[in-house]
Design a protein around this ligand. Sequence first.
Ligand code: FA5
Length: 340
Amino acid sequence: MKEQLQQLESNALAAIENAKTVEELEKIRLQYFGKKGELTQILKGLGGLPQEERPVMGAYANEVREEVQIELDKKKTDIKEAAYDVRMEEEYLDVTLNPAKLRVGHRHPLLKTKEELEDIFVEMGFTVVDGPEIESVANNFDALNSPKNHPSRDKSDTFYIDDKTLLRTHTSPMQIRAMKQYGAPLRIVSSGRVFRFDDVDDTHSPMFHQFEGLVVDKGVSLANLIDTLNVFVKEMFGDDMHIRYRPHNFPFTEPSTEVDVTCLVCHGEGCPACHETGWSMELLGAGVVHPNVLRNCGIDPDVYSGFAFGMGIDRIAMVKYGIDNIRLMFENDDRFLSQF
Ligand code: FA5
């Protein structure tokens, strides 16, 4: 039996020595120590030995078992350590390398322009209010004193949802909403998307953004409007900018004006960008609030007067950043947006 145990020990140790994986080691363990394992069988056979041999052989068999177990454990640790070393080698990370450049996003030029506009007017004491893009015909046209035959009401100009509802064509219905909700005196600005069948050139888009302002108080006049817009233009574009007021006609203001500023490309000299006029494209419409509009909102025009303006945020951004096509701002082309 002793030779048998010696042979088993040397076989087991050789097998352990050659094992390459933890799984192979487990197979060896079962081969010798499992229920039907070789060493287990021998230990079971000890009972059949003569009594005087039993303790000697028993002790020897236990030594063999311990020795094999120790080698199994050692080999298992070696294999695990080697695998760990390989992993460390493969997953080596040089923390001293320069990191890949992270591209950080930024706010869209239109959003920046809108926020700048809000800051300027909030500083002048205006409150920012918000309203819906889907609007009633009553607020968008009727209450704004728009005649029933005004061309802007035409189905070829305006996106109607039904006879009474449309996609707002300007932010001026916010005047009506604000006056009806808050009454007079009032000093608000409001901005958002507006919609028109209007796609004639690079400065017009069927969807664009407007920024509306309204002041209603006692004794408000055209002079207050002009002063406010002059301050706005200097704040937005700097001291060198000149402003031009052209007479115009809006149903909801009287008198009314349209406003341009100095061409930023030629600084007023005249160039192809401004069609040799020295003036930018039209930026805004404005005027003294028509008495009918005040009346429609329950405000007495004999007590209160007001001024209002509505500007194209997209146009302001175009002038400010030198953008020659309004659509560039809606295409989300990274090559364009990353310039801001
Ligand atoms: C209006 O929309 C008036 N509601 C403005 C107003 C408000 C006047 C309060 C008086 C009192 P107008 O249609 O001119 O006016 O548009 C105002 C501005 O929006 C224009 O000056 C221009 O900057 C911009 N705009 C108009 N149409 C487009 C378009 N299709 N694409 C881009 N911007 C436009």
